[in-house]
Ligand binder design. Sequence first.
Ligand code: ADP
Length: 259
Amino acid sequence: LPRRQRGLPEKRNIRDVRKVIAVSSAKGGVGKSTIAVNLALAFARHGHRSGLLDTDIFGPSIPTLLNLSGEPRLSANNQLIPLSNYGVKSMSMGYLISESAPVVWRGLMVMKALQQLLHEVDWGGLDILVLDLPPGTGDTQLTITQQIKLDGAVIVSTPQDIALKDAVKGISMFQKVGVPILGMVQNMSVFICPGCGKSTHIFGAEGVMRTCNSHGIALLGDIPLDAKICDDADRGKPTVVVEPESGRGKAFLAIAERI
Ligand code: ADP
């Protein structure tokens, strides 16, 4: 049956955007935003008009990662104008609320803010928009996956069993709402000691690959646990911008090529 007859809302496109992909994770702190920002930058480096939408209303991190702040201007027809850095346009709840203001929004207000981020941004023509989803499979994720025509989802996980168990819940959420899974990215699997260069698989080496194999989805890449990635990110200088030719930078660029 068509979605309308099943009582489901019609999915909408994000205006002026050709392709929309969501970056998702089961848990916070696994590197989802780091990967989302580096992917958006990698698409730009590959010559695409790229954008990044931070839909994490309670913990927006894109402003820090892209080294951007300030309030977006409004266009003539009251649309939010994205802020840009490093060749990527971005919009985030972090630009709309001051850092010191407590985010005590509930229910309708959160949903209203989300609607504005999804439908009232003047992207001005993009080839690809990366959506940084909040962690987990809660209301915001469901609203987005049910309302927006997503071309696919990328799932980020660390290799521990407990993270993977939850990642599988994310996989089934996307499958239920008919969003293709583009693949998984394994983050923080191997630690390369900056002193001696020895590599250690702290959480096991193959967890994400096993999950990919058992669910018939692609493994898009593997990003090492690397202090440089963390330092650069926290300074608002993402890896793909500061060292695209390094092993780290190339790993992100290769993932973008597989999408
Ligand atoms: P999430 O969006 O899943 O909550 P973040 O992208 O904000 O996670 O990452 C959480 C923290 O881990 C950040 O400080 C980030 O710089 C760091 N981090 C992410 N990926 C890596 C990595 N591969 N190596 C080292 N630090 C990382």
